[in-house]
Design a protein around this ligand. Sequence first.
Ligand code: ATP
Ligand code: MG
Length: 369
Amino acid sequence: MNSVSMLNDVAGAGVAVESIRKSYGTVVTAVDDVSLKVKPGEFVSILGPSGSGKTTLLMMIAGFERPTSGRLIIGDQDMTYTRPEKRGLGMVFQRYALFPHMSVADNIAYPLKRRGVSRAEIRQRVEAALKLISLDGLGTRMPTALSGGQQQRVAVARALVSQPPVMLMDEPLSALDKKLRDQMQLEIMRLHRTVGVTIIYVTHDQEEALSLSDRIVVMNRGRIEQVGTPDELYDEPASAFVADFIGRTSFLAATCLAVEGSNARMRVNDATEVIVPVSRCRDIVVGARVRIAVRPEALKLAVVGSAQLSGTLEGSRFVGSSELAFVRIANGELLQVQTEPGVSRKLQAGSPVGIMFDASRVSVFREGA
Ligand SMILES: Nc1ncnc2c1ncn2[C@@H]1O[C@H](COP(=O)(O)OP(=O)(O)OP(=O)(O)O)[C@@H](O)[C@H]1O
Ligand SMILES: [Mg+2]
């Protein structure tokens, strides 16, 4: 067996969270009746704004917080009240928390020593782990002599070295700058592919969640808003919260005038009428006030007279391969419209512009839902 393959054959375990709740006192319910099934070997991100309960949920899976009610199954065992060290999970936290007085190799070896693994095997596994995180040869360095990204890689290796069936990561990259973060994301994806471990990954960074995960759990105020693949969340958000939280979204206030077969007729902006497929609408009844969520790429600039909506260009911004035009329409709403590079920036701020939109790509929600 070569040294790297020693870390290759971890069998990822499934995790089932069943109606878990965590209250602090009588006022705060940090996690409110959350159920979730993570498949063996899956990469699931928990995404949500600050205070939405992400860390609390992860700490209950890890065993550092005791659920107020509900059950937790890891593999095929009920571990709701199992002590953290008996769960055999790997953990990586936001701050790298390496032992500063120990070398890189000793840091990685620590969990193995505690378990009484033989010295020869420890040496082999540490070497394999260093290779896996592309830090071979740096075992004798002290943590302070490493960059932030390298330290975080060591923390990941330390969590992986015991070959845990599940790795829990709580904002492991948030202390790193953008470039290092991108690099580490690739590294984590590669590790996940190579090792086969199940990963539950907490982040408040939607781009990170979209690029890393098989599925994303969107949390809001202690509850799950939606669980889905990155594509599902982007194309078919289940709520206005998810539409707003994932990707760029503009909202148009409208009223549902009529439902005609598979189409709904909406009055936008108190004047224009648009037809939206009913399949893109949630809980719509005739007469209801609604919010139409629309991505920049489902809008385009057009000649004023012939367009569905008209407004005033407030400015535009280069965003890499395209541009975003910011257009204020008559009722005061600001829409973000994607254009080809060079198109919207040629127009003067204050110019009147028209907007066309692709109704098959919007999502419509009841006002207040
Ligand atoms: N020990 C505690 N006692 C009382 N309230 C707590 C405790 N720990 C967390 N909370 C509350 O529970 C809620 C969820 O907190 P949690 O740390 O899980 O959020 P989070 O989603 O991880 O946020 P962040 O993105 O800021 O890390 C918050 O309102 C928080 O104030
Ligand atoms: Mg947190």
